[in-house]
Ligand binder design. Structure first.
Ligand code: SAM
Length: 200
């Protein structure tokens, strides 16, 4: 009998257990750091927050954050870092799926997703899309980093180049789309930074 494929959740949880998180640098990416210069502090929704590096950085610049991840090990590490940084009053951590955020009320001035949405598909992606549109205020910002895949690479993590327009075109305007290449070890993956603005 063949062993069933681990679920995406199980794969991600195992990565935290193995400390195999190449994305988990001390600072968030420059695109997140630039937010502190570009926008006045407000309410942040940190989607798939991991160990909380975006929330921690922006909390130091006056932001209030609700940070969500579905892996308990990620939230435990994030809680430790939030306490160590002395920002427990500014960063609220939630062990939950980004596809089911009914416990959050918004409106948020900013939503950030670095590397979470690109693993979602089908009903989960639709649920996520509806939550982001519900929670970001009119004229609020949504900063998204996603890996891309080609249409013939079904089953591989990453979204199609058309996915963001298909899912968010009705509710958000595109402010910028910056394609690039993400290098992790030997692996090179096409990726994009999207900055979207919630329609009024
Ligand atoms: C590549 S990591 C990036 C973490 C963080 N955004 C950062 O930049 O350090 C993606 C994160 O998304 C989380 N994630 C994936 N799917 C999720 C879901 N459905 N709900 C909540 N978190 C999810 C994973 O557990 C993981 O921590």
């Amino acid at each position: 009998m063949s062993t069933p494929e681990p679920t995406r959740f199980a794969r991600l949880q195992q990565r935290y257990r193995d400390h195999d998180m190449p994305w988990d640098q001390a600072l968030p990416p420059p695109e997140v750091i630039a937010i502190a210069e570009r926008l006045p502090p407000g309410r942040l929704l940190d989607l798939g927050c991991g160990t909380g590096r975006a929330s921690l950085f922006l909390a130091a610049h006056g932001w209030q954050s609700d940070a969500v991840d579905f892996v308990p090990e990620a939230i435990t590490l994030a809680a430790l870092r939030v306490r160590t940084a002395g920002v427990t009053a500014q960063v609220r951590l939630h062990l939950a799926s980004v596809t089911d955020l009914g416990f959050l009320g918004g409106p948020y001035d900013l939503a950030i997703d670095v590397g979470c949405m690109h693993g979602l598909a089908g009903a989960e992606l639709h649920a996520y899309t509806a939550e982001v549109a519900r929670l970001v205020r009119p004229a609020g910002c949504y900063l998204l980093f996603a890996h891309l895949r080609e249409p013939d690479q079904a089953g591989r993590s990453g979204i199609l180049a058309t996915t963001v327009a298909d899912h968010f075109g009705a509710t958000f305007e595109f402010e910028s789309v910056e394609p690039g290449v993400t290098v992790v070890g030997e692996r090179r993956t096409a990726s994009v930074w999207y900055t979207l603005r919630r329609r009024g």
